[in-house]
Design a protein around this ligand. Sequence first.
Ligand SMILES: [Zn+2]
Length: 298
Amino acid sequence: MSIIADYLLHALFWGVIFNFPLLFIIIKLKLLTVPGGIITGATIAIMMYMISPFLWCALLLFFLSSSMISKQTSPQKQLVTAEFSKDSTRDAIQVLSNSLPALTFGILFLVVDFFPKVEKNGNFSFFSLSALMFAAFATIATHNSDTWMTEIGINTNSIPRLITNLKKEVSKGTSGGVTIKGTCAGLLGSMVISFVYLVYVILNSNLEVMRIFSQWVLLILVGTVGGLTDSLEGATIQGLYYCDHCMKVTERSTHRCGNSTKFLKGYRFVTNDLVNTSSAFISGILAIIGYISIEILL
Ligand SMILES: [Zn+2]
C-alpha cells in the first residue's frame, strides 16, 4: 500500500474514534440540527482531523466556544434574537459555510505540501508548516473573531456604530454595526484560535523564536481583520429586507412572523452565510501574503 493511502486510512480511523464521543455531547446540547447539521458536522470534523489534528482542535475550539457564547442569554440579547431571527442551533448550511474555507486551504495543503513531502521522505510528520496551513488557521480565527465580536457586542450596553460611517449609530444586531468592546472581543476570539497554532508551531520546534512570534501575531491580526471584513460586507453588500408587519429590518426574505419582506438594500444573493464564508476566504488570502512576507523579511 502506498504511504499516502496508509496515512489516510490511519487518520480516518483515529478521526472516527475521536469524533464519535463528541457527537453525543453535540446532540445532547442541541448545538446542531438533526439530522442535517449532525451529518454535515461529523463529516467535516473527520475530514478536518485527517488534514491535521491541530486544525481539528482549532475548529472544535471555535465550534464549542462560540456555541457556548451563543447559548448565553441576557435581556439585551433576547431582544436582538427576536428582532433579527438569529438562532443558536446551527444547520447544515451554517456548518458548511463555517468550515468550507478551512477545508479548502486544508485540502490544498495536503495536495500541494504534505503529500509530496510524505512521498519524498517515506514517512509523515504532523508538523508540516506551510502558508496554506497558516491560511486554514486564519479562516477559523476569522469565524471565531466574528462570532465573539457579534455575540459579546450584543451583550454590552454600548451603542453600535456603522463600520462604514463611525459617526452613525445603529440599533443592536444590525449587520455592519461595531462597538469597541465587540472589536476587543473579536481580537480575543482570534487570539484563542491562534494559541492552537502557537502550540503547533512550538512543537514543530525548528523555527526561531522571532519567526514563531511574528507568525502568531500575524495570525491574531489577520483573524480580527477577517472578523471586521465580515462587518464591512454586512454594511455594504449583504442583502437586507424590511418586514412591514413588524416594522423591522431583517436578513431574511421571509420574516420569522411569516410575512414575506420587502427588499431594502445590498445584493439578494449575498446572504449572512455567504458573508461569513467570503470574509474567511479573504483573511486566508491575507494570511498567505503575510506568511510569505515574513519568510522573505526574517
Ligand atoms: Zn415580521
